[in-house]
Design a protein around this ligand. Structure first.
Ligand code: SF4
Ligand code: SF4
Length: 257
């Protein structure tokens, strides 16, 4: 299977699917063109994700999800400039960001379901862990971490705020599917897990509940804050101040740019 065929199918879906626009916000477009990466299902890094200091023992490798797995396709959906720029204010999340986070996730799930159907029509087996009945989150750790999978598939490295900094930045959403089709893996053009983060500290200053420090992000503090945002903006929630108004918002900052 040639990755170009997958990219074409994704691009067509991204261009034409109505879930990528919010009528209520004057037909706001949520996502820019997706970025796609591929990892071999047997990549040894998948086993490393089971370490306690990575994702944890519950993390399932590709062949535990799909016995015939050969490749893992992961994608980054970058938020459009309209969504990102609206959220550059300090404090509460912008309306555009709240819709991008919740309605955007509907588009994300629709895209991974579409890709599963597309691969099956091409004669392969395919599965999306995020919408599989075995997917679970225990103590804030999931058994399939989109961020770690994106790292393995060459999409980018971790940020101080625990996002993934891709060549289109960190403001966006991630998704993935596992397929039985052999596809050439994307080279990982980095040596360390946080190489794309320049440690500028801008995200530390922007985080409303001060969940980020020089040593990383306190997930509990961030989650508790998101619960308070949900209580205020129900059914939407989100924050993303650490992904907007920062040097890694829409690019790899600094020298690596
Ligand atoms: S704002 Fe600076 S420190 Fe924070 S994740 Fe981005 S590059 Fe890293
Ligand atoms: S999402 Fe908001 S609360 Fe959570 S780490 Fe980022 S800035 Fe802080």
């Amino acid at each position: 299977m040639d990755l170009k065929n997958v990219e074409q199918a994704v691009e067509e879906f991204w261009r034409n699917n109505s879930l990528n626009t919010v009528e209520e916000l004057d037909n706001l477009q949520i996502f820019s063109r997706p970025l796609i990466g591929v990892a071999g299902a047997q990549d040894e890094l998948f086993e490393c994700l089971k370490d306690e200091d990575a994702v944890g023992t519950e993390h399932m490798s590709p062949n535990q999800w799909l016995a015939s797995s050969k490749s893992v396709i992961t994608y980054f959906l970058p938020f459009t400039a309209e969504v990102r720029e609206a959220n550059r204010c300090m404090g509460l999340p912008a309306r555009e960001w709240l819709f991008g986070r919740i309605e955007g996730e509907l588009f994300n799930k629709a895209l991974c379901r579409f890709l599963v159907r597309w691969f099956k029509e091409e004669g392969y087996e395919a599965l999306a862990p995020a919408v599989d009945e075995r997917f679970k989150i225990v103590n804030r750790r999931s058994n399939w971490s989109e961020r770690h999978v994106a790292y393995v598939a060459g999409l980018g490295t971790f940020s101080l705020s625990c996002s993934i900094i891709t060549k289109c930045g960190s403001a966006g959403r991630l998704g993935s599917i596992i397929v039985s089709a052999p596809i050439e893996p994307t080279p990982r053009d980095y040596m360390t897990k946080d190489e794309n983060c320049i440690k500028c500290g801008a995200c530390i200053v922007r985080c409303p509940p001060l969940a980020i420090s020089e040593s990383g992000k306190d997930h509990a503090v961030c989650s508790e804050y998101l619960d308070r945002v949900l209580a205020r903006f129900h059914p939407r929630y989100g924050c993303g101040k650490c992904q907007s108004g920062v040097p890694c918002e829409d690019r790899i900052p600094g020298a690596r740019k």
